[in-house]
Design a protein around this ligand. Structure first.
Ligand code: NAX
Length: 328
């Protein structure tokens, strides 16, 4: 039978970890023919809870699950890793300034990047979920100089999936009939969900943009502020939907995107669409042969230009702030 793929999940004892691990072990991320070995990385205070989750994983008797290891130290957790899901991060506490948040996360993502550089498998693929995801991914990537920069990505798939459903509801069509949406920029409230190039059940998405009030006062803020709306309703942040998006991201990275469609992911910019080279920003992307590629040649109208530039400006500020902190 096939050699198991080593999948490391950080923040394994957190709420996204709990929603994610069972789906990975059941084969939904890498496919029904691919055995997986799970490596759970937690901080020492999280290890006992991770052991409990590992007991439950055992109790599922997943045929594809080849083993589970629990670590509280990144070097061991990333040794030989093929797929790394960096979920654990430092949340913003009360009264915490943005600089403090970036510094605290730098203390997590710098050593994790270095550990990936030191021990990961040649084909390693990294998805950063923990916020601020784009800039955490940039920090990890900067400390893994021997790994191709294209292997470091940040998750905007949840935003993408949220946008798909908003459009489907507005148009009254099944969500599967909505294609070619794009999330641009940062995974934050400045993100720009773009439906100017969308295909909505065979009709151009640009028809929906003619309702400017809906577009600017409903669609864009509903997608961008959905995380806060979930917290307000659930009393806890998005977990199962975030885990689902991580599964989708890695699945499509490994297995490819469907012909005629694209998705959104935070990947290292090559300068496309005026996004400064080296930033990890969300783009319209296709995947084939295990590599993401930015969809080229899309016309960027006036509204889109302003919105993309604003979100990218925030990414530049975050990059400059972590650079000043000596984290890049
Ligand atoms: P939880 O607080 O439930 O879990 C986080 C876990 O990470 C905890 O168990 C903690 O012990 C662990 N952890 C902290 N530092 C660690 C380290 N250095 N190494 C290993 N583990 C560490 O948070 P959860 O709800 O699971 O969310 C995790 C992260 O995802 C947060 O940063 C959150 O903001 C982010 N999100 C990102 C989303 C995205 O679309 N990119 C959406 C969902 C989510 O908000």
């Amino acid at each position: 039978s096939a050699t198991p793929v080593n999948v490391t999940v950080t923040g394994a004892a957190g709420q996204i970890g709990y929603a994610l691990l069972f789906r990975i072990a059941s084969g939904q991320m890498l496919g029904a023919d691919t055995p997986v070995r799970l490596r759970l990385l937690e901080i020492p205070q999280g290890v006992k809870a991770a052991e409990g989750t590992a007991m439950e994983l055992d109790d599922c008797a997943f045929p594809l699950l080849a083993g589970i290891d629990i670590h509280d130290e990144p070097r061991a957790a990333f040794d030989g890793v093929n797929v790394a899901l960096l979920v654990g991060a430092r949340p913003r506490g009360p009264g915490m300034e943005r600089g403090d948040l970036l510094a605290a996360n730098g203390g997590i993502f710098k050593p994790q990047g270095a550990a990936i550089n030191a021990g990961a498998a040649y084909d390693v693929r990294v998805l950063v979920v923990g916020n601020p995801a784009n800039t955490n991914a940039l920090i990890a990537q900067a400390h893994a100089p021997d790994v191709p920069a294209s292997r470091f990505t940040a998750m905007t798939r949840l935003d993408h999936n949220r946008a798909l459903t908003q459009v489907a509801k507005k148009a009254g069509v099944p969500v599967a009939d909505v294609r070619r949406l794009t999330i641009w920029g940062n995974h934050s409230a400045t993100q720009y969900p773009d439906l100017f190039h969308a295909d909505v059940a065979g009709r151009p998405g640009v028809e929906l943009t003619e309702d400017r009030t809906w577009l600017e006062d409903d669609f864009i803020p509903t997608v961008a502020k959905r995380g806060a709306a979930i917290i307000d309703a659930r009393g806890a942040s998005s977990a199962a939907s975030a885990a689902n998006a991580a599964i989708d991201h890695v699945h499509d990275w490994v297995h490819g995107t469907p012909e005629g469609d694209w998705t959104s992911a935070g990947i290292v910019s090559d300068g496309s669409y005026g996004v400064p080279e080296g930033l990890i920003s969300s783009f319209p992307v296709t995947s084939s042969g295990g590599d993401w590629e930015i969809v080229q040649g899309l016309e960027v109208g006036e509204l889109s230009r302003v919105k993309i530039d604003a979100s990218v400006a925030e990414l530049v500020q975050e990059r400059d702030a972590v650079r000043e902190l000596g984290l890049l």
